[in-house]
Design a protein around this ligand. Sequence first.
Ligand SMILES: [Zn+2]
Ligand SMILES: [Zn+2]
Length: 221
Amino acid sequence: MVREWTDDQRVEARERAIKQGLGRKGEITEAPSAEAMLLAKAQGTPPQQTTEELSAVIDKETMGGDRGTIDHTKPGLVRVYKPTAYGFKPRRIPVTNLAQALKGGFLPHCPDCNPRGIDGEDCGDGINDCPAREKRAYRVCPIPQCGKQIYDYQQDIAGEQDEDAMRIDDDAYMQATPALRTKSVLDKHMLSLHPNEAAAAGIVAPSLRAVERRVPDVSAV
Ligand SMILES: [Zn+2]
Ligand SMILES: [Zn+2]
């Protein structure tokens, strides 16, 4: 005897099949990847709207007595993790760049503290905000308007003690500490971005330092 299906039973059976992982043709339906889910979600990211006073763009003479505003529309931003020398760092990028960024190695979630890719479980925006990563030493640029944080670019690799008689260990580089490394990066930052303050603080470019040393000390004569 052929079973008579009501419409409701058919819907129910279909839903049960989908829940068990069976698609239309009986193949197993794959769960969407984190990348695909982010791309789908990004479609709904609202664009950024900003309004600018016309007077800020056109000078008063041209404008005369006209008043008005201009609306700007930029694509909305999505948060992704960019591969950097410091590991994966969170960035906000325009939705329109998302597909390309994911192809280029950006990840939708932090691979260190959120490897399962659960929405809302990612770490904060700072380099030291990830609970799964070793913390890095850093300095802060002393110029108040700048305040750039300069993180140690190197992490000390512990436990790597390869005993090779032919390997030369150079003491000059071994002595570099997080404090010295960040100081040299901050000095470079000061010289290029705040040359006046750098001069006042007595920071000299490494090439000049060598020249200075060669100049005989006249005060001693
Ligand atoms: Zn993390
Ligand atoms: Zn600075």
